[in-house]
Design a protein around this ligand. Structure first.
Ligand code: ADP
Length: 570
């Protein structure tokens, strides 16, 4: 299977499951987000419903208490007691006594009544003129009164379970107000045996009344068949001031509960009203308070719980996908590097074998010629022998390079650093390789400073650096005819040996890469010359190991210069 094909299969195996995972995870997260948001709404709605229930219980308790108290009023002192209630009880706004077929007994219509009383009479005109029946609203009085004492205790208990201690106290205060006078209880006891009551089934009711663009609550009682209908109008402001405690005292951030009347005006607010936002849920408070509603607000952090979860999960999912993809990319990159390495090694083996073959063939050929004894003349013999020596030296250099390369790769190369006269070393090297250089058609030139410097280096290693550079010049820059060795003393504790030729030079894009192992410039010139692409890479590694460096500089007139930097011996 080709390399590209395996990479494509690998990516398909990584990406397809990742994609499926992302799609499934995305859908699950969306689902979860919706569930969390729904739950948050359900939670606040549940609390809102509890608020409605509590308010209902409170109002119901107040109404029942007042009805029961009304029933206990002594008929002989009816108007007097009611007027006293009206004056002293903050829960009572107006009182009335109405006898069917007679004018209103109290408040007295006409100029004798106060402004409020006149408005009261006008408000309930349809009731007092019998256009609307009193019983249009609620059930039989007897059931309610009988149930009252038990029910009140029961409702109080229920309510206190749902709300806090403060709300309970507020409600208790309201119920106390609804039983206005202690004396009423005494009167009730006396009246308990009243024969008229036993025969007549007493009736009562509460009428929610809309007038003047607001709600009024009117409670009425009829205890005797021939007796009057009498009752009270509730002071809603007093009731309202206590209802606030039925809203939750502590709310979650971003949630709010508002008690709203029929005109959409907020009567009580607990928590966050959502800055003009529409309420998340609206519920009717109670049939006892028609059109009053509890608005539940859920915004910002409250409603965003699900969204926050969704975003955090998405970020985590993105991190996971990024990790998978970058891991895959890293593996692909590593596979490319490995493949490149493998290719380089194969080409290295073939080029090294080729390099070994050429000198070996020459040595064998000239050796056999000499062995056959057919070579005539001492000059010829000397020439053949010198070729054999030169080729064996080339073999040695090659083998040295290969060995050095493996030692450097494994970090096993050792150096014997010593004090070395660099001028003498350069001169000796040029002398040693002079024949080779000249044979290639180049003229070596050495420029030394007046006082050649002493350096700290490994002589053999340094020789190998110089030889590799000379080898390249001989191979690639012979046409330039000149090879210059210039030694200078650099200021910051270093010497620099600049070996320059006038050959073809090195194209800009290869100037750094020629120091990479196995890198050869792909031209007809290099193709015709043996080489493994190791010479400069080994030379730079050695120079750096010895505390110096090796780099390339182009020669202005054309050609290459390799600069070896060596540490001075201070
Ligand atoms: P090799 O000579 O075995 O190919 P090197 O690492 O010694 O490997 O050199 C790397 C490449 O740099 C060579 O293949 C050659 O293309 C280029 N090069 C090195 N020295 C010179 C030079 N003096 N002139 C032109 N090209 C050179």
């Amino acid at each position: 299977m080709s390399f590209k094909r395996s990479i494509a299969i690998y990516w398909a195996l990584v990406l397809i499951p990742t994609l499926i995972m992302v799609v499934v995870a995305f859908r699950l997260l969306r689902h979860e987000q919706e569930r969390i948001s729904r739950e948050a709404l359900e939670l606040v709605s549940e609390r809102g419903r509890a608020v409605c229930e509590t308010i209902h219980i409170t109002v119901e308790g107040v109404e029942d208490s007042l009805s029961a108290s009304l029933a206990t009023i002594e008929p002989a002192r009816l108007v007097e007691t009611l007027v006293l209630w009206e004056r002293t009880n903050p829960l009572v706004r107006n009182v009335f006594v109405w006898q069917e077929g007679a004018p209103l007994r109290y408040p007295v219509p006409g100029m004798e009544s106060t402004v409020e009383e006149r408005r009261f009479i006008r408000r309930y005109d349809s009731l007092f003129s019998k256009r609307i029946a009193w019983e249009s609203n609620r059930g039989a009085f007897s059931e309610e009164v009988e149930a009252y004492h038990g029910a009140t205790a029961d409702t109080l208990q229920k309510a206190s379970l749902k709300t806090g201690e403060k709300a309970k106290r507020g409600r208790q205060a309201l119920f106390d107000l609804a039983r206005p006078e202690k004396s009423v209880a005494v009167v009730a006891q006396k009246l308990g045996a009243a024969p008229s009551r036993e025969r007549f089934q007493p009736r009562s009711g509460w009428i929610p009344w809309f007038a003047e663009n607001r709600l009024f609550l009117l409670g009425w009682v009829k205890v005797a068949e021939q007796g009057p209908v009498f009752g009270v109008e509730l002071e809603l402001m007093t009731l309202l001031s206590r209802l606030g405690t039925d809203l939750p005292r502590f709310t979650e951030p971003g949630t709010g509960y508002a008690l709203v009347d029929g005109n959409n005006e907020i009567l009580h607010l607990s928590g966050d009203a959502g800055n003009g936002q529409a309420p998340a849920a609206v519920m009717n408070v109670s049939p006892l308070l028609p059109h009053w509603q509890v608005h539940v607000f859920l915004d910002g952090s409250g409603g965003d719980k699900g969204r926050g979860f969704f975003i955090v999960s998405l970020i985590l999912l993105a991190i996971l996908v990024a990790a998978i993809v970058s891991g895959g990319a890293l593996l692909t990159w590593q596979a490319h590097i490995n493949k490149k390495d493998a290719l380089q090694k194969t080409s290295f083996v073939s080029s090294v074998s080729h390099e070994l073959k050429t000198p070996l063939t020459s040595i064998r050929m000239y050796g056999e010629l000499l062995q056959s004894g057919r070579v005539r003349g001492p000059e010829k013999v000397a020439h053949y022998l010198s070729v054999i020596v030169a080729e064996s030296c080339r073999l040695t250099r090659l083998v040295n390079n290969v060995l050095d390369f493996s030692r450097l790769e494994q970090g096993r190369k050792t150096y014997h650093v010593d004090r070395v006269d660099l001028g003498a070393l350069v001169t000796a090297m040029v002398e040693l390789h002079g024949i080779r250089i000249r044979a290639a058609g180049m003229e070596p030139e050495v420029i030394l400073p007046s006082a050649p410097p002493m350096v700290r280096t490994d002589r053999d290693a340094m020789e190998q650096v110089v030889v590799n550079i000379i080898d390249n010049a001989v191979k690639y820059a012979a046409e330039g005819k000149r090879l210059k060795f210039a030694l200078t003393v650099a200021t910051e504790g270093f010497c620099e040996l600049r070996i320059s030729d006038r050959g073809p030079g090195i194209p800009r894009e290869h100037r750094q890469r020629i120091f990479d192992k196995f890198h050869r410039i792909d031209t007809s010139l290099t193709a015709s010359k043996p080489g493994s692409g190791l010479g400069l890479s080994i030379a730079r590694s050695i120079a750096r190991d010895l505390g110096g460096d090796l780099w390339f500089e182009p020669v202005k007139q054309g050609g290459s210069a390799f600069i070896v930097r060596i540490k001075k011996d201070e």
